[in-house]
Design a protein around this ligand. Sequence first.
Ligand code: ATP
Ligand code: MG
Length: 316
Amino acid sequence: MAEIVTFGEVLAEFMATERNQSLGTAGTFAGPFPGGAPAIFIDQAARLGSTAAMVSCVGDDAFGRMLVARLARDAVDVSAIHTRAEHTTASAFVTYYDDGSRDFIFNIANGACAAIEPNQFDDVLDGAKLFHIAGTSLFSGHMIDLARRVSERVKAAGGRVSFDPNVRKETLARPGARQALTDLVSRTDILLPSDSELNVLLDIDDDEAAVERALELGVAEIAWKHGAKGCRYYDDQGRQAFESFQVSEVDPTGAGDSFGATFCTLRTQGMAASQALVYANAAGASAVSRRGAMEGTSTRAELEAFIDGHGASVTP
Ligand code: ATP
Ligand code: MG
């Protein structure tokens, strides 16, 4: 059993070493770095001192062993990460461009993590206070079905569900995808969209109207991420805005996951939202200033030192 549980991809990430290096031309890559949105989330949750478990699959290969060892080192419960000898561990290649955009090639839907079985949740789900769904993990009907069934199970037992949609227009083009994602929103307690994701997901251009709709669907809290511009927070009490910390961005991948995990974990530990958002902003800013998506996760003491070092206070 674990307080915080997630499922989906654990993957080996390779980063182009030069900016503007196309993924279609020969070049050098750094890696493998441990990655995958839910893996970063759960690593961050464990580093903040909650019991945290990941449900996934890896291949019987060096990437899988590296990932499991890394999560275990950070105190993640890896007992529900199973090895599937017939598959290979998921991987991703990423390159960054000067205009801030990035290109990815993912090998996830055909990787080992696509072979998660429902009974893998049985060992870790008892007593879960939070089940986190990363939108990147909803790459098949099977994964969407798992998300739906497990969130129902967790909510029925008194736990909460967090959801980072990570949705793109192309994702919604898949038949039935919009309905499935809206269904998940209606089972979500903490929603963690970034930029225009909530607008795209709910098909509502106006931000406040989109928030209103999400709250009507039953979402209790929305922490809306805006990169270097910080974040906004909404609940039934109203709206608050939080500025980000000033850092130089080295690697933006994983900021949203570190931010989301910090917010959800500290909320689950009982911290007030306004304070948890200061920590979450610090976690996002720390993540972008380090290379490698999972290298940006932080302990509570590291976040407090970061906040202090930026002349801010943990009490907003
Ligand atoms: P990703 O999906 O790439 O992991 P995201 O789009 O979900 O990220 P972002 O809005 O990019 O999430 O980042 C999450 C949070 O991290 C922001 O709300 C902010 O607090 C912090 N952050 C991100 N980029 C920066 C930056 N350049 N400077 C300072 N803080 C940042
Ligand atoms: Mg995101």
